[in-house]
Design a protein around this ligand. Structure first.
Ligand code: NAD
Length: 978
């Protein structure tokens, strides 16, 4: 343990010297310039800030001047707080100022903002900027911008840009003047330039769920970069981005560096805002110590704070970042100390503009007797210029981080930078724009007590999906896949009146990805069993209906707990039984748990009678009663979630249930019943009746004991059941209620302002996840204006990069379809499509199961079969529209009305879609699948369904009859007055 003496005193002295620079305001904050005024306004007015950034974000993709000025008006004309400079501009435009001229001025203005932060557009610019910096006594690190890499092609281009840069730069850099400070650290010579790259941009399918595969693919792209860095004498840094990929990046870094044991100039970024950063840093140091090498560690605060907060809160995962800036600042100091104490194995690179953090690092370096050149400071291009000059004077090596790239992909970066500058906590804002006092700036950061929002809610919260970036979850999933495989071929009984019964006739459940594998053999029922099941349900109903709603809800909560206990096994089973990928399978289990938790709470709410009208002398009690016996008929595509949703809703509202699963997922169906059984559900309340739909299903639909049918499946079957249920035979005492959720022909509209990275990803996931076999899947894409070709080009390369194979392999994104008839149907539609439209893309996928590769048709007639029929497979029909009105008209030209989406950054178009795009679930700028219980209640109208939305506040009402009891409280003139 070292004694640091009066460190605080020294920090203050150093800080005082740096603080003296406050007068030198960087241009972005200089209020004498128009940009400074805009930034100043943005800092004060949150709504203006949001619109300003949104406008800047969309601007580079706007191809016509009409759009540029049109959107300017959209974003700002209704904004009372917009600054004069913008209001004047809008005023001039509306008075006839030429849009062409106006749009040129706007673009030039934003380019000038971008130029503050982005060092150049290509490697030629980069080389020039680096040369100039070197002359001024600063080193540089080049980062090629580009946010989302969607295909191997794009990843390959990203890699090549680095190789080209290093090859071209090396001979130029060799001619730069000697600079002892920049070219040496405490242990020897340093390269003259550095590159920074994002591992996620080097492999389009990088995902920790596919841990080994992702690392192997990333390494293939990183090896040439490191080899070139070695031969051209460059240093390099692995940048760090989303927390979700953090462990993967660190592991990739270590593995690559072990291959390049003779390359001493590698580095990696560590983000101090991450709670795990201390453990990560210590791990890296231990690794470097063991390998007897020294690596650079660039200590940053982290640039994705808002993203991490929102993303992880949406998922229900613990927050990986500190919530308070003070905590991050404090942790930065803790990590700085660790770096300095271990400088033998790590080169400390302090990347911040914060005077306190910098002064702390310097003071700590001094008391630790660390030579000045052992420390490196890094700052962003366009920020903190006065500071870096001062630090250079003090004898420290400064490296400027230089983002290079087109404005278009660079814009996301720029927007982040701008956000960072104007957010409440940014140091630069406080320092330069608000002139915070020296004491405020130099005081040591004080960690704050943590808010633990995760623990608070007792109200419904969605079950968090598994985080496959965690090694333990991947391991448990692998074990579960193994144990489910060991159970292949097992026999499963039916369940009537609390008894498990085996029958001779069986449904053989096959693995659709490998037909040689029998997942299970499930006893199949006949009408006799149906009769017994109905009798058992009737017998149990009396007692079940009088069970208190809270107690019925409790069975749901206990079943949810059972699902949680076996969530890996259930997910693994779905991987085999219906061909879901790991994440999709887990998503289904999570949704099943959500239904149980949500409907349980809903029933507690609805179970309390309410008194209507408050008049003296009368009482009007309004409450709900169960309908009776509910037949649940479910599909295979969400084999646990949809079945659980319907069964749970029926049960909790007091009905007894006969559950008929799909013949393609009877083993999963059986597991559902097992969980309810283990939760202690009384005998006879839930029967499990797998069997042929036409026989058992139809028989029960018309059965006199059945009061209610909850069906989810195809339109044809649904309509038939509605018709059968409507026939009232002799002796029937009620009209059967049918809740039917059916198919879709869902469309996504893409206009010319759409953000293409998000759009391509969103369409890809919506259309092709689970091979397009989600009822909400996108099967029509409607493009507006001239985005069509660029969108399709990127979509094609993205699809080409998807790995096809067995769903049990976590690398797989394209698996099988459910059975042979589904495959034949898809193939038939492809033949029809070839006649009706132009085949733009198709991809063959082989395997021992029912594999159908993705297909895209273009020039599709909106009224053709391809655009009208539900195919339920990976077939995308692309249709062109002149404008948004036509796009909405095409989208609505369908008998279905389930889900739909729009990708747009044009508020007017988004508004139109909200008003006129007639679907049950409309999604804006996100994928159209993956509705969450309680957050996006799900269900459509038209031929997509008759029923209130699943997972919504009205759903349970369908399973009950409302009653009202009015009592005259007046007896001979006396009445209670309340
Ligand atoms: P499907 O209609 O073929 O089968 C659904 C269920 O009905 C199965 O259990 C099946 O055995 C049973 N069945 C079939 N014929 C029957 C009959 N004559 N009488 C009684 N029962 C019968 O549908 P599927 O292939 O399992 O599922 C895919 C379909 O479901 C797609 O059309 C999809 O869009 C739709 N779906 C809709 C939603 C939604 O919420 N709207 C959700 C999931 C699936």
């Amino acid at each position: 343990m070292k004694i640091y003496g009066d460190l605080e005193k020294r920090i203050r002295e150093i800080g005082r010297g740096l603080y003296g620079l406050a007068g030198d305001v960087p241009s972005i904050f200089n209020k004498r310039r128009w940009m400074g005024r805009l930034m100043d306004h943005a800092m004060k007015d949150a709504e203006f800030r949001l619109n300003l950034f949104r406008y800047i974000d969309v601007l580079p993709s706007l191809k016509t001047s009409d759009l540029i000025v049109g959107l300017l008006q959209e974003y700002f004309s209704g904004l009372p707080g917009a600054p004069l400079i913008i209001r004047k501009g809008i005023d001039r435009i509306s008075r006839g100022f030429m849009p062409v001229v106006a749009s040129k001025m706007i673009k030039a203005g934003v380019r000038s903002i971008a130029g503050q932060f982005i060092a150049g557009e290509d490697h030629h610019d980069a080389i020039k900027v680096l040369g100039t910096l070197w002359e001024d006594g600063f080193a540089g690190s080049i980062d090629f911008l580009g946010e989302e890499v969607l295909s191997d092609k794009e990843a390959g281009q990203y890699m090549l840009r680095y190789l080209q840069l290093m090859e071209t730069l090396a001979p130029v850099a060799a001619k730069w003047n000697h600079d002892a400070l920049l070219e040496n650290d405490d242990k020897g010579q340093l390269p003259r330039f550095e590159i920074s790259f994002k591992v996620t941009s080097l492999h389009s399918q990088l995902d920790p769920v596919n841990w080994d595969g992702s690392i192997a693919s990333a390494k293939e792209s990183i090896r040439p970069i490191v080899a070139t860095a070695r031969s051209t004498k460059a240093s390099l840094c692995f940048d760090m981005e989303q927390y979700y990929c953090k462990d993967l990046v660190i592991e990739t870094f270590k593995q690559v560096m072990e291959e390049f044991g003779d390359y001493p100039y590698a580095g990696i970024a560590i983000q101090a805002y991450l709670k795990e950063s201390r453990t990560d840093l210590l791990g890296l140091i231990a690794w470097a110590r063991k390998k007897k090498r020294r690596v650079s560690v660039r200590l940053v605060k982290g640039a994705y704070h808002d993203y991490e907060t929102v993303y992880n809160m949406q998922k229900g995962w613990p927050l990986p970042v500190f919530e308070n800036k003070e905590d991050t600042d404090n942790n930065f100091e803790v990590l700085t100390r660790i770096l300095i104490e271990n400088a033998e194995f790590v080169r400390p690179v302090i990347a911040t503009h914060n005077i306190r953090s910098i002064s702390h690092a310097i003071a700590l370096g001094e008391v630790s007797n660390l030579p000045n050149n052992a420390l490196e400071f890094q700052m962003l291009h366009g920020m903190g210029e006065p500071l870096r000059r001062q630090l250079k004077k003090m004898g420290y090596r400064i490296r400027v981080y230089l983002p290079v790239g087109d404005l278009l992909p660079g814009m996301a970066y720029l927007v982040r930078r701008l956000l960072e500058n104007t957010s409440n906590v940014s140091f630069l804002r406080g320092f330069f724009a608000e002139n915070r006092s020296y004491d405020e700036i130099i005081n040591p950061p004080e960690p704050k007590p943590h808010r633990t929002w995760e623990k608070l809610p007792v109200e419904f919260r969605n079950e968090p999906p598994l985080d496959f970036s965690r090694a333990e979850n991947r391991e448990k999933m692998r074990e579960a896949l193994q144990s489910e495989r060991e159970a292949f071929g097992k026999r499963y009984p039916i369940h009537i009146d609390g008894k498990d019964i085996f029958r001779e006739k069986e449904i053989v459940s096959l693995n659709p990805a490998d037909l040689e594998e029998i997942v299970g053999r499930v006893s199949s029922t006949d009408r006799n069993d149906a009769e017994q099941a109905a009798a058992a349900a009737v017998k149990a109903w009396d007692s079940w209906r009088s069970t208190a709603p809270e107690d019925r809800a409790d069975f749901l909560f206990r079943t949810a707990a059972e699902f949680r206990k076996r969530r890996f096994e259930l997910a693994a089973l779905e991987v085999y039984e219906v061909g879901k990928t790991w994440k999709d399978a887990d998503g289904d289990i999570v949704e099943a748990i959500d239904y149980l938790e949500f409907y349980g709470r809903e029933m507690i709410r609805l179970g309390r009678p309410v008194n209507l009208g408050h008049y003296p002398g009368e009482s009007n009690s309004y409450f709900y009663e169960p309908r009776g016996i509910c037949l649940v008929i479910s599909p295979w595509n969400f084999p646990l979630a949809i079945s659980t949703g319907m069964v749970a809703a029926a049960l909790v509202s007091g009905n007894c249930v006969i559950f008929k699963p799909s013949g393609f997922s009877p083993v999963t169906g059986r597991r559902l019943v097992d969980a309810f059984k283990d939760a202690g559900l009384p005998n006879g309340v839930l029967q499990y009746l797998p069997g042929p739909g036409q026989e058992v299903g139809e028989y029960l639909v018309t059965h006199k004991a059945v009061d209610l049918i909850a069906f989810t499946g195809s339109k044809d079957v649904g309509l038939r059941l509605i018709k059968l249920a409507a026939e009232t035979s002799e002796g029937r005492r009620n009209i059967k209620k049918v809740i039917a959720e059916m198919g879709g022909k869902n469309a996504i509209i893409i206009d010319e302002t759409a953000e293409l990275d998000e759009t391509v990803k969103g369409v890809l996931e919506s259309a092709l996840e689970f091979q397009g076999q989600k009822c909400s899947a996108c099967s029509r894409v409607i493009t507006v204006g001239d985005i069509h070709d660029e969108f399709l080009g990127r979509l094609r390369s993205a699809i080409e990069s998807l790995r096809a194979g067995l769903p049990e392999d976590p690398a797989t994104l394209i698996g099988p379809v459910i059975d042979n008839s589904a495959l034949k149907k898809i193939q038939n539609f492809i033949e029809v499509g070839k006649k009706e439209a132009s085949l733009f893309f198709s991809r063959e996928v082989d395997g021992k199961g029912f594999f159908a590769g993705p297909v895209i048709f273009v020039g599709v007639n909106p009224s053709s079969a391809l655009a009208q029929e539900e195919i339920f497979g990976p077939v995308i029909a692309v249709i062109r529209a002149q404008d948004i009105d036509e796009a909405i008209e095409i989208a609505n030209n369908s008998q279905y009305a389930l889900t739909g989406g729009i990708f747009s950054r044009n508020p007017l178009n988004i508004n139109k879609a909200c008003q006129r795009f007639a679907v049950g679930n409309l999604y804006i700028n996100r994928k159209i699948t993956g509705a969450l219980v309680g957050r996006q209640p799900f269900g459509g109208s038209g031929m997509s369904g008759v029923g209130s939305k699943a997972g919504g506040p009205d759903y349970l009402l369908q399973f009950m009859n409302p009653r009202c009891i009015a009592e005259n409280m007046m007896r001979r003139g006396f009445a209670p007055i309340s």
